[in-house]
Design a protein around this ligand. Sequence first.
Ligand code: UDP
Length: 237
Amino acid sequence: MYKRVLLKLSGEALSADGEIFNAAVLDDISAQIKTVVDDGVEVAIVVGGGNFIRGRMADDLGIDRMQVDYMGMLGTVINALAVQGALERHGVHTRVQTAIDMTKVAEPYIPRRAIRHLEKGRVVVFGAGTGSAFFSTDTTAALRASEIKADVILMAKNGVDGIYDSDPRTNPNAKRLESLTYMEVLQKELAVMDATATSMCMDNDIDLLVFNMNEKNNIIKAVRGEAVATRVSKGGN
Ligand code: UDP
């Protein structure tokens, strides 16, 4: 069992049935997080924004990349507020901290303060990514996990139950891996997270668990150390 975890939720993890936010999905995630908090585990969350927009859409839109990145970061704040609202409905105390100051709706990101909230049993939801364009929320997860000294990053994927040695959608012989190193992820260009996030996790020796969030109670199981995830670490075991 881990003591302090950082859960990365992509924007799409909050969506279903063509809805930007799906009530049943938000409810399920919140109920699982409540169980984890009740188990005595400190939980921080980094939310993505891909259910709204991603930087890589810039060319198609004909809008400058940096502008689209800021749109994406603002999308993550909307998601952070949605997650906060859903968690509070389950009686979980939360704080949202944003990397772009918007003090009417959230606290500014202050690492020591975030740690204090965690120690008091509050869930801290980080919004607005790193606050800088040209980064991803995966990199944000690596950065925040390093800053708050999380034991592990839990990467909840939609419909994928871990990491494979090649793409299981195109290669029927693709093999699911139990564990591997960050160097292998980089060398084999495995689509786990972007290279910036991967190398940041490697440099700061943060473990990563990749699991399918569409399987029942997988967030709880991953935190409890059950064998539902592929584990990535610096040393590989
Ligand atoms: N983004 C950014 N800087 C950050 C984090 C995010 O510019 O530090 C922008 C970027 O355009 C990204 C978008 O916000 O594509 C949404 O985040 P992401 O794609 O990581 O969301 P996810 O795929 O996890 O839903």
